[in-house]
Design a protein around this ligand. Structure first.
Ligand SMILES: [Zn+2]
Length: 292
């Protein structure tokens, strides 16, 4: 499997209660986090794992955790490892940003293609290829709230970054923030072919603005983090954007940028970041496609 993270051993196979009525579980496949928030009227599930079968297993895990019905699902963004389990939540309303809903098909096509190129016969790849899409039912453009009964969950769109459709969820009474892949703990942030490296720092400025001194912050992958971690990662992502901008402005060709820049992470992880950043800075001069 070449998409995202290598499957890790089953270290994290149980729910962690972050606060009263709020849990996270870290699944070994792609090391992805799933959140659950409980209200008087039911449960909200945040992200649904990467295949139909994983979604069904998640549904069973949630049922064992809390017998209340799952009435809401939120997708933090359109990538398959966060959305392909949607199909297992027939009775829930699925919420996402309007760009994530619009981009789900393209993200799914890309994930399936990568699985085919990697090894279409591996069971996990086959499961990704064969999973039918379940699209979001409700979308929003800037902010929205879910009333779970006695508990509100705020959802907001801080701007483009990891994709053009990443949202952040905040549970104000518990001081828990779900940041999706705008923040990652177990690997460097993922700059893919649908990322916006130059916008990401400002986007994270808004995210950091809702993270308090005692907030628990759940990244898309890895263990929960705090304000200091979020600020640090925002600084690193800012450094990537500034480096791309500086190299482009001083005339370094895109093909030399990775070698000439000083990066906070392995330069091999930043091919798309550099390509996307250069295209965004000077599309016409460099003969590169314009990124909207
Ligand atoms: Zn992602």
């Amino acid at each position: 499997m070449i998409i995202g993270r290598v499957t890790r051993d089953a270290l994290h196979q149980d729910w962690t209660e972050l606060a009263d009525g709020c849990w996270v579980r870290r699944y070994a496949e792609w090391d992805v986090n799933v959140g659950v928030v409980a209200g008087d009227d039911g449960l909200l599930v945040i992200d649904t794992r990467g295949t139909a079968d994983q979604g069904r297993a998640l549904r069973d895990d949630v049922r064992r955790l809390d017998p209340r019905p799952v009435r809401w699902v939120a997708n933090t963004h359109q990538h398959f490892d966060h959305t392909f389990g949607n199909v297992a939540f027939d009775d829930a309303a699925i919420h996402a940003h309007e760009h994530a809903a619009a981009g789900l098909q393209q993200a799914a096509d890309r994930a399936r293609e990568l699985c085919r190129v990697d090894d279409a016969d591996s069971p996990l790849n086959r499961a990704v290829i064969d999973t039918p899409l379940r699209h979001p039912d409700v979308t929003f453009s800037s902010v929205a709230a879910l009333d779970l009964g006695g508990r509100l969950v705020e959802m907001f769109y801080p701007g483009r970054g990891h994709t053009d459709g990443d949202i952040v969820l905040r549970v104000p009474d518990l001081d828990v923030v779900f940041a999706g892949d705008l923040l990652e703990e177990s690997a460097p942030p993922s700059f893919g072919p649908d990322s916006y490296p130059l916008d990401w720092p400002e986007t994270l400025e808004l995210v950091v603005g809702v993270i308090g001194e005692h907030s628990v912050v759940v990244p898309g992958h890895g263990v929960p983090v705090d304000q200091a971690f979020a600020r640090g990662q925002r600084a690193d992502i800012g450094l990537v954007a500034a480096t791309i901008t500086g190299l482009a402005q001083s005339g370094v060709p895109v093909g030399d940028a990775l070698r000439q820049g000083e990066w906070p992470w392995d330069a091999e992880l930043l091919h798309d970041a550099v390509r996307r950043g250069y295209a965004q800075l000077a599309p016409s001069q460099r003969g590169l496609p314009i990124i909207d």
